[in-house]
Design a protein. Sequence first.
Length: 143
Amino acid sequence: MTTVSQVLHNKTEKAIFTISPEATVLEAISLMANKGIGALIVTDEQRVVGILSERDYTRKVALMERSSYNTTVSEIMTNKVLTVGLNNTVEDCLQLMTDRHLRHLPVLEDERLVGLISIGDLVKAAMEDQRLMIDQLQQYISG
């Protein structure tokens, strides 16, 4: 089974975009729009303190009629961040994301942020695992 480490290694875009909890929501959504991403890891120094997604913005700013100009990231971010390690499997992560309705998972190694995986990254890896299994079975059957 493919691990998170392998998923990160195979990603074409390896950049991890972070933002400070003191930044404004406008700064955060501008960064997400400019980078074409759906979530930012919120860090204080090197420590992960939250995650901010488009879903957070929609539910906690737009629907609550807050201002993106003077609302800070810390006011709307998700504080309880679920993370995974490099040795977790794709299957483990997909189960966690399905159970908790998540689209992104920060990857930590020794409390340090080393990557971010999305549901798309994991589905791609799972499909590749299945393709390899099918190839092996076909080779086995045909001798």
